[in-house]
Design a protein around this ligand. Sequence first.
Ligand SMILES: Nc1nc2c(c(=O)[nH]1)N[C@H]1C(S)=C(S)[C@@H](COP(=O)(O)OP(=O)(O)OC[C@H]3O[C@@H](n4cnc5c(=O)[nH]c(N)nc54)[C@H](O)[C@@H]3O)O[C@H]1N2
Ligand SMILES: Nc1nc2c(c(=O)[nH]1)N[C@H]1C(S)=C(S)[C@@H](COP(=O)(O)OP(=O)(O)OC[C@H]3O[C@@H](n4cnc5c(=O)[nH]c(N)nc54)[C@H](O)[C@@H]3O)O[C@H]1N2
Ligand code: SF4
Ligand SMILES: [Mo]
Length: 696
Amino acid sequence: MSGMVVYSVCAMCGARCPIQVQVEGGECKFIQGNLHASGIKGALCARGVSGLSLVEDRDRPQFPMLRQGGRGEGKWKRISWDEALDLAASKLEAARIQHGGKSILWSDCGGPHADLRHALCRALGSPNYTAAESACAANVHHAALSLFGFDRDRLVYDYRRAKAVVLQTFNPFEAIDVKEVNELLDGIQSGARLTVIDVRASVTAGKADRFLMIRPGTDYALNLAVINLLLTRELYDAKFAAAWIKPEDLEALKAFAAPYTPEYAQAETGIKAEEIIALAEELAKAAPAVIWHPGGNASRYNDSFHLARSAYIINALLGSIGSKGGLPLLVRPRHLGRQGLKRFLDLFPQPEEKRADGVGSTLPQFAGGPGLLHLAFKAMASGNPYPLKAYVVYNHDPLKSYPEPDKLKKALEKMDFLLCVTPTWTEIAWQADLVLPLSPHLERESALAQRNGLKPTFQMRARCVDPRFDTKPDWEIFTGLASRLGVSELTFDSIKDIWAWQLQGTGYSLADFEEKGFVELVDKPVFRSMEVYKFPTASEKIELVNPKWEAQGLVSLAPYVQKAPVPKGSFRLTLGRCPVHTVSYTQNNRLLNEMMPDNELWMNYDIGRRMGIHDGAEVEVKSNGHGGRVKARLSEFIHPEAVFMVRGFGHDLDVETRARGRGLAETQLMPGGLDKFDKAGGGLALQEYVVRVMRL
Ligand SMILES: Nc1nc2c(c(=O)[nH]1)N[C@H]1C(S)=C(S)[C@@H](COP(=O)(O)OP(=O)(O)OC[C@H]3O[C@@H](n4cnc5c(=O)[nH]c(N)nc54)[C@H](O)[C@@H]3O)O[C@H]1N2
Ligand SMILES: Nc1nc2c(c(=O)[nH]1)N[C@H]1C(S)=C(S)[C@@H](COP(=O)(O)OP(=O)(O)OC[C@H]3O[C@@H](n4cnc5c(=O)[nH]c(N)nc54)[C@H](O)[C@@H]3O)O[C@H]1N2
Ligand code: SF4
Ligand SMILES: [Mo]
């Protein structure tokens, strides 16, 4: 092939895989995973490939747009970038002068390229930088924090060397991160035994040695029974426990887990006691090369925080925390005696103001991190603890990813200024005062990203082709705002200057990225020793009972609360991903829309037939009077109490010509959902809904 290969980074989802693109005559001709990246093996998922159709998509915003009519009316005026950036800067400055920097709320996709944006938010004096975490992994983050004193990213999943892997409420062969998929497949090929615990037979379940179909929402009972077995049958790693678990905590855990026998768990979960015993014994044999995954999107039930804790506790009892083949400690450049990328965030002091969502103040057990966005919405609506006046949204759509979008729309009326930076139309952008169209990833560069792991890496997103519309890359938008706001530290004229600044002191230069698009700081995976390690907790050990939570009246070892059986004709709503769509981002993407234009409601075949429902028939789904219509998909491989939907459908905007009116938005089924959250973990409970399904 003629032309050239450009190494870059995919942005069709948060995994941010390294890619390579064949570019000819200013067009992207072919896209694949970066062949130099050993974890990627040249592979991309369907969404990664659809980056190509995003570039050519005429449905996306093509120039800066200023709202003319009322919010959401869809009347826009095209303005120039200079006008747009001047306006945005003056509105943010007005909020800062009149109400203080804290009156600016920022929600962002986060991730490895976010440093510059987070720094700008901090430079404006706002503590209110958030991401969608409270509808995603907040419960797992906080479970890790409560046990280990650090967040979940500080442990790596060493699938390649694992001997046994348990995936619970986690479906990585459909909820894809290419590197994770490859590593898990490598692990399976090297003999790792895979157990999958799910309410339905997912693609991941199809690869399992042991598939446990569980009654929805009862996983915590299962895990407590496993803990009970490990302790009572002395299957646990006593040496690890002696080193890292306080004796009084271990005694407390033993007493707490005693009632949760395998028979108890069988009655709750529907999984046979023998199966649970066999699993516990198998894990003990494979220990410490065991991974019991604590889950990705863990905003599901009232006990999701405790479920994630129980998964980590199982790992600890098996000695797999910090172990090869288990959950080794994350390696950062400094662990190798090297310097990491310079951080823009470190240029600015942390604002002294309290966060609007209460993290670190009214919720003192949580620290740092991306906050709890649903509580920031409450603050937006009530003006408590202080008024929020400006809202910046980057690469995120809270009107699709949080329940009760109408409540949020109402709260938005209180905003003096709503700015959305986005490559595609979103419901929130439609409500904005100003829409700044972001160039899709194949048309933009971004600041360098540091990827920590067993092999720390710096990765570069380079531009493959020039923007075909009047859009701009993220760095240009945010440095443009910074220069207008007088933030000289973040004022740069070119991406090369940004990259060079980030690389200062690392020993690398831009030329080092030419060959592969990334640099690895070591050749081989590095395993940090646990011998000298101290957990960053008060006791320097794993805290099964955490004093910070207890001081808030939040019990560390929380009893399992039984799930009532669902009434006839009703089902527990369960949600998940599919391989060809990203959250609510891609439903209008031409390639992916062709592959899957609608979502469906999975329901158990026998139950459906008894209700007179045929496969493919339209049904009505209602939750407390709210809901809509969707096509039924009958399957023998889903628990009779569950219905399952792929999320992110039901788009309303006329400008999304392909996605509009297709499928059902699951948020329709979540009345009162912004209030359903657990103070112990901070995550929303998006599956605490019993829905009625009716034949039409
Ligand atoms: N009801 C319900 N709510 C949920 C979930 C659920 O399963 N059900 N899942 C939760 C989870 S796990 C998460 S992570 C959140 C995600 O919530 P969001 O972050 O809001 O989801 P996305 O659809 O990925 O992104 C929203 C928009 O951001 C823009 N965008 C996406 N990717 C990029 C990018 O790489 N660059 C730029 N510049 N813009 C981009 C697109 O315009 C896209 O439409 O939702 C959570 N909310
Ligand atoms: N293709 C694709 N990949 C993605 C994403 C995407 O949008 N598309 N998003 C990324 C993001 S932001 C995230 S957070 C992850 C999310 O990925 P995951 O954490 O895997 O989350 P889900 O796909 O929501 O659900 C996983 C499984 O949980 C099952 N489940 C539902 N209820 C229960 C229950 O009560 N008990 C048990 N045991 N199982 C249950 C579902 O059937 C589903 O198969 O995926 C990431 N990868
Ligand atoms: S998993 Fe797929 S969509 Fe996500 S970054 Fe990787 S290739 Fe892109
Ligand atoms: Mo997520």
